[in-house]
Design a protein around this ligand. Sequence first.
Ligand SMILES: [Fe+2]
Length: 235
Amino acid sequence: MIDFHSHFLPKIDDGSKSCEMSVEMLKASADYGIKTMVATPHFYIYKNEAERFEQKRAKAYEELLTYIKNNNISGLPDIILGAEVYYFRGMTHYEGLNKLKIGSTNYMLLEMPFEKWSERVLDDVWELKKELEIIPVIAHIDRYIDLQKGTENIERLFGMDIPIQMNAEFVNGFFSRGKALKLIKDGHVRLLGSDCHNMDKRKPNLGACLQIIEKKCGTKTVENIYGYSRQLLGL
Ligand SMILES: [Fe+2]
């Protein structure tokens, strides 16, 4: 399986605080059968330009690879570099977005605003896909659902036919599970992520999630999610 959303790169955002912690996170993920982790450190336009972000990310990645090599650690998932880009006004005119795409794909993980989305926000998402050919992958759809209540915003997003990622915790949580599985069964959600930040409160948690999906929706559903994730990444 592929974890599409994670913060295991060391000391670049509010995720992993050290190479040791990063390796623990990668090991835990490997134990769940995760073959590939997409590293998606937070990108906020008010904190960094894309170029500076790219440099910091490369440094964190190099440091981690050196640590792994020096300690002879093997059996970890493959790593693909990306970013979790927080929506900002004017992003459709920002050339730096090209540096924030996932690996060598045209996909970019997009974190939507934590408020009711305006017409403008949805127009921008559509424009990214249509005009710029940077296809947004909507990060953790589960975290916006309540905020968009009383609007058609979630349905409109689904109608754009763009990839939607959901966090494992939505499946794992007893009270949200029904909603989460329905989103998968209805074909709206086809990508999963742990959104792991550490080994404590926000640790890698795709293992339990995959077991639940397999039990409730069948092996084929898990295979389809894996197949779609690989296809997006060109693997
Ligand atoms: Fe995240």
